[in-house]
Design a protein around this ligand. Sequence first.
Ligand code: RIB
Length: 337
Amino acid sequence: MARKAEVSPATVSRVVNGHANVDPVLADRVRRAMNELGYRPNAVARNLRRSRTTLWAVVISDIGNPFFTALVRGVEDIAQRSGFSVVLCNTDEDPTKEARYLNAVLAEQVAGVIIAPSGPQTDLDQLAAARVPVVVIDRQLHGSRIDTVLVENEHGAELATAHLVESGYQRIACITGRRGVYTASSRLAGYRRALTAAGHHYDERLVRYADFRSDGGYQAMSELLRCQPRPDALFVANNLMTVGALECLVDNGITVPADMGVVGFDDLPWAHLVRPALTTVAQPTYQLGETAGQLLTERIATPDRDATTVTLPTKLQVRESSTRRPGPSVGSDPVSD
Ligand code: RIB
């Protein structure tokens, strides 16, 4: 390569590693020689000298969840623009699987990690000790001084529940995620705050802790339907559990919104297409991923900068599923799937 470009091997190395201080004429000769020889820099070899690959590990719960799909897309678009690639790790909300993945990304010498922690037990100390750049996304790790990107979970849940109160519902239930998971507890807190502000009694019997999955939402809804008196409205803390709860309502012939008002956290692509259209709390999901990618890029470039927490706004999308019509429901079909 050096001979073909008529430069020194050191010049070839500086061009391959993207150093700025190379004579443009020499750099051009090296790039032309690389093209003629079909040379592709060995990313791992190049970066082993820097003891890092050009990979980011994105550790999330479940890529099958539309929320994480859009989030990862936002991360990857920033990674590509910054010269990095993304490897995906699904933890399935399982702390043991998550720990295995964290050991693997340490061993693989990734350039950085973006993680939605499965719970408060998530341990990032080994990554910190190895000075691996990390950004926490979607769920905060209390007490950590790590770059973090969140949304206004509690405020979004509070607005959703206050909306159900204003719509005239009296016995408002909540299906949230597993105890200890940041988004589950903060959304439950918003639900509780709205009930208290409206003078409604907070009744633990109207709260179910599920698993952020549709089956868990279905099971929780079927338990709530057995409460006496039955709830007349429901706030659900994520998209997949909302789907499960709606399926349960259809199976039990419960009409929405007349018998049961429903608001779900996380907007869904089809939320405005079903009848009645679903009221949701929308998260700027793609922007969450983009922001985490930008923070990681900055952390890689300046490892000792102060930790940053960015909190993005949510938006209550009021549709038909939470606005009880006066009197018996006319023409309101059971929730259609
Ligand atoms: O759907 C998974 C949920 O957990 C989302 O609401 C997201 O915020 C994550 O925390």
